[in-house]
Design a protein around this ligand. Structure first.
Ligand SMILES: Nc1ncnc2c1ncn2[C@@H]1O[C@H](COP(=O)(O)OP(=O)(O)OP(=O)(O)O)[C@@H](O)[C@H]1O
Length: 358
């Protein structure tokens, strides 16, 4: 089990330089709106995945007017064994250090620590385009430690090269020996992605349905259907058959990078059919299933609960805490503006609570 003992934020968003020490299994982070509660939570997420949960542009993580930031965490992975992880971003370059020595590849760090963020406003996962859902799926599978992340990065590398070639390629009737090479590589790495995504989609929907029923107390059927672009064995053929169309459109139009995970409610698209409350319940169920997935991989994630007290009604909040009792977690961090309200709720479920007032 991992434990985060201390975090230091330097020029990270609104924190010039500040350190926080953690004690016990549950930490509540409280303070007025805008003091940086979510930023602190996101810094913990950053240490686990070397990226922000909320910001895709690194520059947005840098304190305004500064040229870089650093987030450092002191972890205890096994009792008595400390390690320091430091994430540094400066002038467009990122470096991740382990006990002050930089990793050669950031992928060496991924899978060591895991975190699950529950932010009920996270509705984009349902409402936005397929990219966010693909990223979510890739995030889950990258934690497996079975090479998924490496295959994903190679797939993305060859995809970028194939697309660059397509942008300036001669017409379809000409020979395209480079495309033969790219197609073979995309099919090789893409087949692994499809196989693994199939495996995930055979497991997750039942978990999500189960959590949804417990959380909402309702009988609706929620579904998650993975739309594969091809079978793993067929991907090369699909790429070859799409070639002349790709040359016309000047980009790769089929493959794992175009796939989606369709969320549904009673067989209809969740995005258009579900109410705000149903979407919230579904998202939390998805996150609980994420925790379960990590547990099955032998991991105990950090749980980061952002703003749930203000955004969830009392019934959902109570059920969520009840369900969390069954989860094996490393540490729980949660934010709230009202320290007394947080304490009152949390003390029903946990014996000790550390409060950090910002
Ligand atoms: N790059 C940045 N540089 C400086 N300040 C930043 C940067 N990015 C965000 N901030 C500041 O961080 C604050 C928001 O922090 P955060 O979202 O963590 O607040 P919060 O305490 O969670 O608020 P709430 O209770 O409203 O959710 C804002 O005041 C914002 O201006």
């Amino acid at each position: 089990m991992s434990y985060l003992q201390k975090i230091t934020l330097t020029q990270f968003r609104n924190f010039e330089r500040q350190a926080f020490s953690f004690e016990g299994p549950v930490t509540g982070i409280t303070g007025l709106n805008g003091v940086g509660k979510t930023n602190l939570l996101d810094a913990i997420y950053y240490l686990c995945y070397t990226k922000s949960y909320f910001q895709s542009r690194e520059l947005n993580n840098v304190q305004k007017g500064k040229d870089g930031f650093r987030v450092t965490g002191s972890f205890e992975r096994t009792p008595g064994l400390q390690e320091e992880i430091s994430c540094l971003w400066r002038d467009g370059k990122k470096s991740i250090e382990h006990d002050q020595a930089p990793y050669e590849k950031i992928t060496e760090h991924i899978g060591k620590y895991s975190a699950v963020m529950i932010a009920p406003d996270d509705i984009e996962l349902i409402n936005d385009g397929s990219e966010l859902r693909r990223k979510f799926m890739d995030g889950l599978l990258s934690q497996s430690g079975n090479g998924y992340l490496e295959h994903l990065l190679l797939y993305q590398k060859y995809l970028a090269q194939r697309n660059a070639y397509l942008k300036q390629a001669p017409p379809a009737y000409a020979a395209h020996p480079l495309l033969d090479i790219y197609d073979e590589q995309l099919a090789k790495h893409g087949a692994v992605l499809i196989r693994e995504r199939n495996r995930l989609s055979a497991i997750m929907p039942a978990w999500v349905q189960d959590y949804y029923a417990q959380l909402s107390g309702r009988a609706e059927q929620v579904g998650m259907q993975y739309k594969a672009s091809a079978s793993p064995e067929n991907l090369l053929l699909v790429l070859q058959q799409a070639r002349s169309r790709d040359l016309d459109y000047r980009r790769t139009q089929y493959g794992p990078h175009m796939e989606d995970w369709l969320f549904s409610l009673d067989g209809q698209a969740m995005k258009t059919q579900a109410s705000q409350g149903q979407k919230k319940s579904f998202l939390i169920s998805l996150k609980l299933a994420h925790i379960k997935w990590l547990q099955e991989l032998g991991k105990r994630p950090f749980l980061l609960l952002d703003d749930i007290f203000e955004k969830l009604d009392k019934t959902r909040l109570t059920r969520l805490f009840e369900l969390l009792q069954q989860c094996e977690l490393s540490q729980v961090f949660m934010t709230h503006t009202d320290a007394a309200d947080l304490t009152q709720t949390v003390q029903r479920y946990y014996d000790t609570l550390q409060l950090i007032r910002l």
